[in-house]
Design a protein around this ligand. Structure first.
Ligand SMILES: Nc1ncnc2c1ncn2[C@@H]1O[C@H](COP(=O)(O)OP(=O)(O)OP(=O)(O)O)[C@@H](O)[C@H]1O
Ligand SMILES: [Mg+2]
Length: 502
């Protein structure tokens, strides 16, 4: 393209301490075009974006806006130049309302007072843009992660940006919500907004991208058209091809003993009368639309939330409602959908985060076995290929996908035999996904059992031995691996559940 780019990162580099994470990379953002950044977890994508957003300053190289060198010493400076950013980790204030979050920093006032009506109206307009139907007065902290992501998107769209940067905006979205977002992206493209887009869903790249910059270990390795076939993109990004996407095989051969029994579990407003069994060696998938009650159900089983009625039994022992410690002691591990708020202590080290569930149980005569814990943490970090420079670095400084692996790793170390996985591969790159699937297989082969909630239907279908479909807080049906097709699941997930017999 001969046209002047809106934004250029010119030969930028960035190091944290002794570790260089971006090295001599050039990216252009053109008006009316979507520049995709592609790379494995930890390749440097978010770091590049943060240099566009004024969060990080490059150690070397320059930032150009309209061809002129600029300094972006802080986020405000970037916003002033018309650069709006949706970061991978959400930046919302949970205790404030949806409207206050959307309009943050731009709260309308009238005679020196907050103009509530105007605030609500402007927020409403921003939400309508992406078809998000939530109460503008709702507390953001009470929304699920998908809706929070949409609020974040609405917030960025409501400022008149010339450059819109989207770091994995679709990771927590369903297909329909993604389509809404892409519709808006198409409108912005037509209006000449320049965009940067990151996603580990390769099919989305051809759908909305124009060009793809492929990064490996902080280096730009290729720049190709977004129409490049997916397997070629994978090869460029991981340096090899990945042939088997869902390595589950045909499921458990022998009937294992029952390890988890859920009977008549109900929680007002979330789910009702849920019963199922899971056997050793089994992966039970739970499918359904956002809002079907899947996350709430997993949280109740894990002891994270209380419930109103019903029982949870692990290996014959009934768990006390709302008691995480008892669940962990019974061998239950929970990978929550919101790793930032519920899964990790961000300022603690990788080592400590991996060890949380085990430190007490591996103590001998009251003495915590720090050396042993460290050895196990290093081993699991290696197995999961958590990309880090030091096991003592804070989890906050890991890339998003590597944080996800750390949540998983904790339960591997703890030797949990019943794993409740809520969107286990969200934000995880294509290669690491297969590694997580292999780990699921290893856990079930070793006698463990898995309950997996996922909005990625191919993942549910590819990795489950049995699929429960939830709709509106109830079980709408159960499908064997053989019966579970995309159509069968969607029919159950969207059909009205027959009303209970009077
Ligand atoms: N503040 C920091 N201190 C130390 N290391 C950091 C910091 N921020 C990022 N890193 C490191 O920089 C590397 C690149 O991280 P980045 O977040 O850019 O990856 P990414 O490509 O966005 O990955 P993902 O797909 O997982 O989001 C990682 O190895 C990460 O641990
Ligand atoms: Mg990232």
């Amino acid at each position: 393209m001969t046209q002047q780019p809106l934004l250029t990162l010119e030969r930028v580099s960035k190091s944290f301490g002794p570790v260089t994470v971006v090295s001599d990379v050039t990216v252009h953002v053109h008006a009316g075009a979507v520049q995709v950044l592609l790379g494995e977890n930890g390749a440097g994508k978010s770091t590049l974006i943060k240099m566009m957003a004024g969060v990080h300053q490059p150690d070397g190289g320059r930032v150009l806006v309209d061809g002129r060198p600029v300094q972006l010493p802080n986020v405000h400076a970037a916003e002033q130049l018309g650069i709006a950013t949706i970061h991978q980790e959400l930046n919302l204030v949970g205790s404030l309302s949806v409207a206050e979050n959307v309009m943050m920093g731009r709260i309308p006032t009238r005679f020196g007072l907050v103009d509530r009506r105007e605030l609500r109206a402007r927020a409403r307009a921003a939400l309508d843009l992406i078809g998000l139907d939530v109460d503008v007065d709702a507390r953001v902290g009470d929304l699920g992660i998908a809706r929070q992501q949409l609020v974040e998107i609405a917030k960025a769209l409501s400022v008149d940006a010339r450059i819109l940067v989207l770091d994995e905006p679709t990771a927590a979205l369903t297909r329909r919500e993604t389509e809404n977002l892409f519709r808006v992206v198409a409108q912005l493209r037509a209006r000449g907004v320049g965009m940067v887009f990151i996603s580990h869903h390769l099919d989305e790249i051809a759908e909305i991208g124009d060009t793809v910059l492929v990064l490996r270990d902080g280096h730009a390795v290729a720049e190709v058209p977004a129409s490049t076939p997916e397997d070629e993109l994978v090869r460029l990004m991981v340096g090899r091809s990945i042939d088997e996407q869902y390595p589950r095989g045909t499921g458990p051969v022998a009937e294992g003993t029952e390890v988890l029994a859920v009977d008549g579990l109900s929680s007002a407003g979330s789910f009702s009368d849920i019963s199922f069994r899971v056997r050793q060696g089994e992966v039970l998938g739970i499918a359904g639309l956002v809002g079907a009650g899947r996350t709430e159900l997993l949280r109740a089983i894990a002891g994270a939330d209380r419930y109103d009625a019903g029982t949870v039994t692990v290996r014959g022992r009934r768990l006390r409602p709302g008691d995480v410690g008892a669940a962990v002691a019974a061998g239950v591990g929970h990978v929550p959908e919101d790793r930032k708020a519920q899964g990790l202590v961000l300022d603690a080290s990788v080592n400590d985060n991996l060890g949380y569930a085990t430190l007490a149980s591996t103590a001998r005569m009251g003495l915590v076995d720090f050396a042993g814990q460290r050895r196990r943490a290093e081993q699991v970090a290696g197995t999961l290929r958590i990309r880090m420079h030091d096991i003592d670095q804070p989890v906050r400084s890991l890339s998003g996908g590597n944080q996800q692996k750390a949540v998983f790793g904790r339960w591997v170390i703890a030797g949990s035999t019943v794993l409740l996985l809520d969107e286990p591969t969200r934000g995880v790159d294509v290669g690491a996904k297969v590694e997580i699937y292999e780990l699921i297989n290893a856990i079930t082969a070793g006698g463990g059992a898995i309950v997996m909630v996922s909005s990625e239907l191919p993942e549910v279908l590819g990795m489950s031995d049995r699929v429960l479909v939830m709709r509106d807080g109830r079980i709408a049906g159960e499908l064997s691996a053989a019966e579970a097709t995309q159509d069968a699941v969607m029919t159950l997930a969207t059909r009205d559940v027959a009303p209970a017999q009077p």
